[in-house]
Design a protein around this ligand. Structure first.
Ligand SMILES: C[S@@+](CC[C@H](N)C(=O)[O-])C[C@H]1O[C@@H](n2cnc3c(N)ncnc32)[C@H](O)[C@@H]1O
Length: 282
């Protein structure tokens, strides 16, 4: 697969992305393992992996009783996992079918969650209340053109003393050629204001194709992410980099046995696959 770099306005790109995400919902409903939530102790792999890094920063040392805003919640598997930790959760996404699927899942599990349909870049104006924790993880800001605007939403959603948490694919990973037989770069690391235009009828998990295959993504270097959060007034407390991923970025990646993927053993120390940032709002 490859992508072209195009000049495109945000609203047009966002609508293309939204149509694509709407189409992915039925495929993901069958592939995200939602049936495992029948076990009340089950948590999504993403939340399971995030909790050890997030928990030490929480007032009281757990999510229990906290107000959590989950940005880009998709079909709600991470959102209900946060709710199962005892949080009062608001799930935010721009895809109506994703939120409908998420709401149905929460209802089946007997969990109360608030759902808000909005562009995350307009989240402050659309989401009622303020929060102890703003959480977003895996497959998030690559879909957003303007990180300063995103970081401003995060800061405005947090109460004083609140905690922001993100883990996502590392921008260095996104520069790599997913089809190559070795670690070589193919895409830009540094942005030039253009979007990457993709045409892919498939999705990262499950069988099936989408009716709207065109999407737009934006490269965001680590420095841009950090500076956007600092610029919004947040205090960065941790920045970590990981060696595994909860999705198979390249066919060369190998399962690690716990639902994650990694480069072959002898390549794992060469480049990060993820970054994690914990920030607080004074
Ligand atoms: C990879 S998923 C979310 C990650 C989550 N870890 C998961 O796998 O369930 C990305 C989500 O971002 C949402 N999204 C993309 N662009 C958005 C935007 N501008 N505003 C709100 N949601 C957006 C999509 O609808 C999708 O549900």
């Amino acid at each position: 697969m490859g992508s072209d770099h195009v000049d495109i306005d945000w609203e047009h790109a966002r609508e293309a992305n939204r149509a694509n995400w709407d189409d992915r919902v039925p495929i993901h409903e069958g592939a995200y393992g939602v049936e495992a939530f029948a076990d009340p102790d089950h948590r999504s792999d993403v939340v399971r992996d995030d909790l050890p890094a997030l928990t030490p920063w929480l007032p009281g040392g757990s999510l229990a009783g906290l107000d959590v805003c989950h940005l880009q919640c998709h079909i709600g598997t991470d959102t209900v996992s946060l709710a199962r930790e005892g949080a009062r959760v608001t799930g935010v996404d721009f895809s109506r079918p994703a939120l409908a699927s998420a709401a149905a899942l929460a209802e089946r599990l007997g969990l109360e969650v608030t759902w808000v349909e909005t562009d995350v870049l307009d989240a402050r104006a659309s989401v009622p209340g303020d929060f102890d924790v703003v959480y977003t993880s895996i497959g998030t800001i690559c879909w957003l053109a303007d990180l300063d605007r995103w970081a401003a939403q995060v800061a405005a959603l947090l109460r004083p003393g609140g905690v922001f948490y993100i883990r996502d694919g590392h921008p260095a990973l996104y520069a790599l050629d997913e089809d190559a037989a070795e670690l070589v770069t193919r895409y830009r690391y540094f942005p030039d204001g253009t979007a990457q235009e993709w045409d892919d009828p498939g999705t990262y998990v499950g069988e099936g194709t989408v009716a709207h295959p065109r999407t737009y993504e934006w490269p965001h270097p680590l420095s841009e992410i950090v500076n956007a959060l600092l610029g919004a007034g947040l205090r960065i407390r941790r920045l970590d980099e990981g060696r595994t991923l909860p999705w198979r970025f390249s066919q060369r990646m190998e399962p690690t046995g716990d639902g994650s993927w990694a480069w072959p053993e002898d390549e794992r120390d060469r480049l990060p696959t993820t970054y994690t940032i914990v920030a607080t709002h004074d």
